[in-house]
Design a protein around this ligand. Structure first.
Ligand code: AMP
Length: 187
C-alpha cells in the first residue's frame, strides 16, 4: 500500500487517540510505532497532554526518539487529568473547545488512532471544519486491528444515502500501517 497523505507536511502532527489502552496489545504497539516514526522523520507531536492510555504511549515514544511534545490541556481539567510529566511544552486553554482549536492550530496535519468519544469528537471536528474549508490540513485515520471498519462502512453508507459527498468523505485518508501512513508526511 502507498502512503496515504499526499500533501507535503510541516513539522507538527496532532494525534487524537484513546486515553485508554484498549484490550488488544496491537493498539499500544501501533501508537508506539507511530510516535517513533514521527520523531525519526522530524515531526513533533501535539496532543491532549494526558499520560494515560495510547496518549501516554505516543508521547513517550516521541520523547524517547528525541522529538518534542506539546500537550494542550483545559484549565478545568488541570486537577482531574494527569498531564504527562515529560512534556516539552504544556499549553493551558480555557475550555475543551479551546483545546481542539489550539491542537489544530498548532498542527500541520492530524492523525486519529483508536479511541473513544474524545477521539471521535476531535476527528469529526477536524473533518467538518475541513469540509467548510476552515482549514486544509490533511487528516488520516490509522485503522489498527480493523477497529474503525464499522465507522468506515458507515461513512460509505452516508455517501450512498446522500448526506456526505464523495469529495468530503475522501478528506479522510485511511491507513493500516503507521510507517506507510507517515511516508507521504515526508517533505
Ligand atoms: P477518548 O478517546 O475518549 O479516550 O479521549 C481521548 C482524546 O480526546 C484525546 O485525543 C484527547 O485530546 C481528548 N480528550 C477528551 N477528554 C479527555 C480527557 N478527559 N482526558 C484526556 N484526553 C481527553
Amino acid at each position: 500500500m502507498e502512503g496515504v497523505l499526499s500533501q507535503p507536511m510541516g513539522q507538527r502532527l496532532a494525534v487524537y487517540c484513546g486515553s485508554k489502552m484498549g484490550i488488544n496489545p496491537m493498539y499500544e504497539h501501533a501508537a508506539r510505532q507511530l510516535g517513533q516514526g514521527m520523531a525519526k522523520r522530524g515531526y513533533d507531536l501535539v496532543y491532549g497532554a494526558a499520560n494515560s492510555g495510547l496518549m501516554g504511549v505516543i508521547a513517550d515514544a516521541v520523547l524517547a526518539e528525541g522529538g518534542e511534545v506539546i500537550g494542550v490541556i483545559p484549565e478545568l481539567l488541570m486537577d482531574s487529568e494527569i498531564a504527562h510529566p515529560g512534556l516539552t511544552q504544556l499549553d493551558r486553554v480555557a475550555s475543551m473547545h479551546g483545546r481542539k482549536q489550539r491542537m489544530l492550530d498548532l498542527a500541520d496535519g492530524v492523525i486519529a488512532l483508536p479511541g473513544g468519544f474524545g477521539t471521535f469528537d476531535e476527528l469529526f471536528e477536524a473533518l467538518s471544519w475541513a469540509q467548510l474549508r476552515l482549514h486544509q490540513k490533511p487528516i488520516a485515520l490509522l485503522n489498527v486491528n480493523g477497529y474503525f471498519d464499522g465507522l468506515i462502512q458507515f461513512l460509505e453508507s452516508s455517501v450512498q444515502e446522500g448526506f456526505l459527498t464523495r469529495t468530503h468523505c475522501d478528506l479522510l485518508k485511511i491507513a493500516t500501517d503507521p510507517d506507510l501512513l507517515l511516508l507521504d508526511f515526508l517533505p
